[in-house]
Ligand binder design. Structure first.
Ligand code: FES
Length: 222
């Protein structure tokens, strides 16, 4: 799937509804490309175009289906009769300024930082809302049960789009919990490759200072 809308190869047009207005667009475009094709100027909602940054979270419905689904607009092709809207918003997540240097027991401290983590009511709305197909509900339970390895692996594809946040009836921010667990797993539980530890020591001892200075030096005109 091409990431830029410039080359329009298809001559076949389909009808899509974008933010409540119907347009004709060529087949084969992603939702973002279709928006550009119709002249939308995206000041928010477009970032990496590679399914990584989570900026283009979108709700959509396909022809004949009553279900409203979620996706990343840079990764999803338009279909005839589809209706979609970019979510365009930043959810005011509660960001906890935890400091891992002061964390002694990350599994217990999860409840200090996120006391709501154990309040999941199993509605599964977070899993339904996730455009990356993560089993978010199970991940939140794994966090609460101290299964940090399973949880961190589950949340690996999370792009922090936050679509799981407003649907949670227990006011959990599952993506924030997943991020905390992934960080904890990396800092406290994963084994570190010995070569990495050696290299960190070498950096601390200043072994690469001259390379670092040459990297930072202004580029000379030739
Ligand atoms: S623009 Fe980054 S995920 Fe779509």
């Amino acid at each position: 799937m091409s990431s830029l809308p410039v080359e329009i190869e298809s001559s076949q047009l389909i009808k899509v509804e974008i933010m409540g207005k119907v347009y004709e667009v060529p087949t084969g475009l992603t939702m973002l490309q279709a928006m550009w094709y119709t002249g939308y100027e995206l000041l928010r909602g477009a970032g990496c175009l590679g399914g990584i940054c989570g900026a283009c979270s979108t709700t959509y419905r396909t022809k004949g289906d009553i279900k409203i689904k979620t996706c990343l607009a840079c990764q999803t092709e338009v279909e005839d009769g589809m209706s979609f809207s970019l979510v365009y918003t930043y959810y005011p997540n509660r960001k906890i300024p935890y400091d891992f240097d002061a964390v002694e027991d990350p599994k217990q401290d999860l409840f200090r930082f996120y006391p709501e983590a154990s309040l999941c009511r199993n509605c599964d709305a977070c899993t339904e809302a996730c455009p990356k197909g993560i089993d978010v509900r199970t991940g939140v339970w794994e966090a609460a049960l101290g299964k940090f390895k399973d949880c961190s692996e589950k949340f690996l594809p999370c792009v922090m789009c936050s679509l799981c946040v407003p649907v949670c009836i227990a006011d959990i921010a599952p993506n924030q919990i997943g991020l905390y667990v992934r960080r904890s797993q990396g800092i406290f539980f994963n084994e570190r490759p010995p070569q990495l530890l050696t290299r960190i020591e070498e950096i601390k001892e200043g072994k690469f200072e001259s390379e670092w200075e040459s990297l930072l030096a202004p580029v000379q005109d030739v």
